[in-house]
Design a protein around this ligand. Structure first.
Ligand code: CA
Length: 266
């Protein structure tokens, strides 16, 4: 900003620009105030080079598509000092700024989330929109905010905030919630439904323990991928908070597994 004003007020620049523009701008400059043209040109330069780009994001300002939320860059504490079987040990991660869908896929307020979708199909769905699956670190950073909280909406569990209260297999079909219908289930930046509703595929290979039903049905060389955040069903082995993670074979579809897309800032 200061550099732009300084350039506009340098002697050579002002002399050349005034001579070039003086005829058409003669009426713009007041004859009673010979320095007013210089002042006005300075103001025009300030507006063009300073205020407008910031106001309209013309250039230089990182941004996200309108249906996505920006998560600022930083170093974040992830994992926990006292991990349960499906959680990670504490670690720190430097993450650049990124964009995250505000809602579970298809990222439309009022729509039911997409389920019965494999990890491989999830990758394709995001890529079709010019996006990608979120990484597990990105997902956890979004859910835990900047202070490593356990719930997207705060530090204490509120069983009514998100779609998390259902006894497992209590009432088929699964009680999915429409995206955005739990208004308090949001992180500080406005990302919704991270805790509960449907689990969300992320990019990462799952290296943790395998649930019995997965280990029984799939060979040892099957690639497992990570899902985050738990589902509408409570009392699952992987929980429903921001540390919740477990793995499934990348080719399978489950009735409570969905996805969320991310992308870099533009
Ligand atoms: Ca979710």
């Amino acid at each position: 900003m200061q550099a732009a004003v300084a350039v506009c007020e340098s002697e050579d620049y002002r002399y050349g620009l005034t001579r070039l523009l003086e005829p058409p701008l003669r009426s713009f400059a007041s004859p009673r105030h010979p320095h007013s043209l210089r002042t006005k040109l300075g103001l025009v330069g300030w507006v063009c080079l300073g205020w407008l780009p910031q106001a309209f994001g013309c250039w230089g300002q990182p941004s996200c598509p309108r249906d996505m939320v920006m998560l600022e860059a930083g170093t974040f504490t992830l994992g926990t000092d006292h991990p349960r079987p499906y959680e990670q040990e504490v670690y720190e991660r430097l993450l650049p700024a990124f964009c995250m869908d505000r809602y579970e896929y298809p990222n439309v307020e009022g729509s039911l989330p997409t389920v019965l979708v494999s990890w491989q199909e999830s990758v394709a769905l995001c890529e079709a929109q010019g996006k990608r699956l979120c990484s597990s670190d990105e997902w956890e950073r979004a859910c835990r905010g900047t202070s490593a909280q356990r719930w997207s909406y705060g530090t204490e569990c509120d069983s009514e905030a998100c779609n998390t209260p259902w006894e497992i297999f209590q009432e088929p079909p699964p009680p999915y919630a429409k995206s955005g219908s739990h208004s308090r289930c949001r992180n500080a930046e406005g990302v919704m439904d991270l805790n509960g509703n449907v689990s969300e595929w992320v990019q990462d290979v799952w290296k943790g323990p395998r649930a019995d039903f997965d280990a029984r049905d799939f060979s040892s060389d099957t690639t497992f991928r990570t899902v985050r955040g738990g589902t509408m069903w409570n009392h699952t082995f992987y929980g429903q908070d921001c540390l919740s993670a477990h793995g499934h074979p990348e080719t399978v579809r489950h009735i409570d597994d969905g996805l969320r897309c991310c992308m870099g800032v533009e």
